[in-house]
Design a protein around this ligand. Structure first.
Ligand code: NAP
Length: 259
């Protein structure tokens, strides 16, 4: 399917690895020029070079922390008036409900709620003026089904989801869609870090922790960054203009519910 995106420009945040990279790769394959971001310059340069070589698109790299005001300013200056925004950042650390103090919540809200909101606020007006735009926020399955040890993520992402629900319906008339993609368990460094914590706590190997988690997923496996990216690229495509304010779960059937 031709996604109709050739020649468009996208900002994909937190995209040197994992799900962000998956989204960047699928957009590049559709002919989209990219602005990529991550904190670590080396992995970012390697990803940018790989995407340029594979797809012949223009790729600008901005090594910056997207959760800081200075980092966002740098990224937004490079992005200019992009047609597509994919928001993403690292997830908050695990812990217990009784561990977290105000500062922990502020950090999580800054990273996983207020950062995507600030990016949308900066880029939506240009998209609306030009009469076309796509925003995809990478959130989490924790929005639909809370993960006990990720209370900071549950809280911050629920806030972003509420904001998107209202905002998506205020910009759709201008040809701009905002949707959220909710990853279940995908094979990335983040999943490895969480599984390593479980392995340590339970005195089992990392492979055993992975296998135990895969067994809880009806698909019997973790998702891949590539299939996640393909879903993102479709949501950004010209065919997805009537999908507005949705929360789309990609979890291999892990959440047991009818709707
Ligand atoms: P990942 O494999 O650890 O990759 C994270 C990427 O984001 C890297 O490129 C990292 O590069 C970049 N990054 C992290 N913090 C950043 C920051 N402050 N500013 C700019 N770039 C930053 O993680 P992932 O699995 O793709 O997860 C992406 C998001 O999905 C996270 O919020 C995670 O919580 C959520 N999620 C993931 C899963 C899963 O199973 N993988 C499930 C549910 C939710 P640098 O470190 O160099 O900055």
């Amino acid at each position: 399917m031709d996604l109709g995106l050739r020649g468009k420009r996208a900002l994909v945040c937190a995209s040197s690895k994992g799900l962000g990279r998956g989204c960047a790769g699928a957009l590049a394959a559709a002919g989209v020029d990219l602005v990529l971001n991550a904190r670590g310059a080396e992995a970012l340069a390697a990803t940018a070079a790989a995407l340029r070589a594979a797809h012949g698109v223009r790729v600008t790299e901005v090594a910056a922390d997207i959760t800081t005001e200075a980092g966002r300013a740098e990224v937004l200056a490079a992005a200019g008036g992009v047609d597509i925004l994919v928001t993403n950042a690292g997830g908050p650390p695990p812990g217990l409900w009784s561990d977290w103090e105000r500062e922990d919540f502020i950090r999580a809200l800054d990273a996983n709620m207020l950062t995507p909101i600030a990016l949308m606020k900066a880029l939506l007006p240009g998209m609306m003026e030009r009469g076309w735009g796509r925003v995809v926020n990478i959130t989490s399955h924790s929005v639909k089904s809370p993960i006990a040890q990720l209370g900071l993520s549950n809280a911050a992402r629920a806030g972003l989801t509420g904001y998107v629900a209202g905002t998506a319906r205020q910009v759709a008339h201008a040809g701009v869609t905002i949707n959220n993609l909710l990853p279940g368990i995908h094979a990335t460094d983040r999943a490895d870090a969480l599984d390593a914590g479980v392995a340590k706590a339970q005195g089992i190997t990392l492979d055993e922790a992975r296998a135990n988690r895969a067994a809880t997923i009806p698909a019997g496996r973790f998702g891949t960054a590539e299939e996640f990216g393909a879903a993102c690229a479709f949501l950004c495509s010209v065919h997805a203009g009537f999908i507005v304010g949705q929360n789309i779960l990609l979890d291999g059937g892990a959440m047991n519910s009818t709707f």
